[in-house]
Design a protein around this ligand. Structure first.
Ligand SMILES: [Zn+2]
Length: 265
């Protein structure tokens, strides 16, 4: 089977085991169904996800010009505490920013290698946790806008990391922790403006990833440097494909790359 198209992040569905899909213009691949098969990936060219021109991808699937100008790539996306739509202040496009920022957001704890704190829109749970490769996660507060979530995250970063160690996550060098207990410990450090939004009772969500064999050591595939790769797919975790030889491919990190994929037997 042969597919060709521009890569975008994998879509997911939470079931007993997460289901992963690569979406093409008129077709899709359910990756769970091709575990154990040999696949090849061939990088053809770039295609910016915004302007669709053949320009080198800078970040998040966008060329440099788009990344520097479109509202989807404003600084508040990565740093939620910089959100200003609740003050009626425009960054790049106030209407867009109001739609994105003025909606329920959740600050959570997710354990993918070590416990980290993060922010996401309510509608992105559990997608965000799956994309990070968290095998367990729990909500801390649910607030009415992105700014409040951002300042809560900043305050909690003094007590818990905000980074994932992706090597540990991909080799499954992880611990099971009692996140409800961790959450309780952080309660006192939530900023005053967000205290009232603490979720009184919340249960941990457990996530199982479709990985048949974890590598002992990982090496990353960067299509910009190595345009062709072939290997046996052994699993999918976070936004990574994991191959038998320890190669890992970050699909989200290659958004905007036009590729050809061949699936063998
Ligand atoms: Zn562009």
């Amino acid at each position: 089977m042969r597919y060709e198209g521009v890569l975008t992040k994998m879509r997911t569905e939470i079931t007993d085991e997460v289901q992963y899909y690569m979406n093409w213009e008129n077709d899709f691949i359910n990756l769970n169904q091709i575990l154990g098969k040999k696949i090849s990936i061939n990088f053809l060219k770039y295609e910016c996800l915004n302007c669709h021109l053949e320009k080198k991808i800078f970040r998040q699937g966008f060329c440099y010009d788009c990344f520097s100008s479109i509202p989807q790539a404003g600084d508040w996306v990565i740093n939620p505490e910089l959100s200003k739509a609740h003050l009626d202040i425009e960054d790049r496009d106030l209407e867009f920013e109001k739609r994105s920022q003025l909606q329920p957001h959740v600050v959570y704890l997710a354990n993918s290698s070590d416990v980290k704190v993060g922010v996401t829109r309510r509608s992105q749970i559990p997608t965000r946790w799956i994309d990070q490769g968290a095998h367990e996660a729990i909500e801390i507060v649910e607030v009415p806008n992105r700014y409040l979530a951002g300042i809560t995250e900043v305050a909690l970063k003094d007590y818990v990391s905000d980074k994932t160690n992706w090597r540990k996550m991909l080799t499954n060098d992880v611990l099971d922790l009692d996140l409800a207990e961790e959450r309780e410990k952080l309660k006192a450090h939530i900023p005053e403006e967000a205290q009232e939004y603490y979720l009184a009772s919340n249960k941990e969500t457990e996530i199982n990833f479709p990985v048949r064999q974890y590598p002992k050591k990982v090496k990353t595939l960067n299509l910009g440097k190595t345009p062709f790769y072939e290997g046996v797919l052994k699993g999918v975790k976070a936004q990574y494909l994991i191959f038998e030889d320890g190669t890992v491919f970050n699909v989200r990190g290659h958004e905007g790359f036009v590729i050809e994929i061949n699936i063998g037997v």
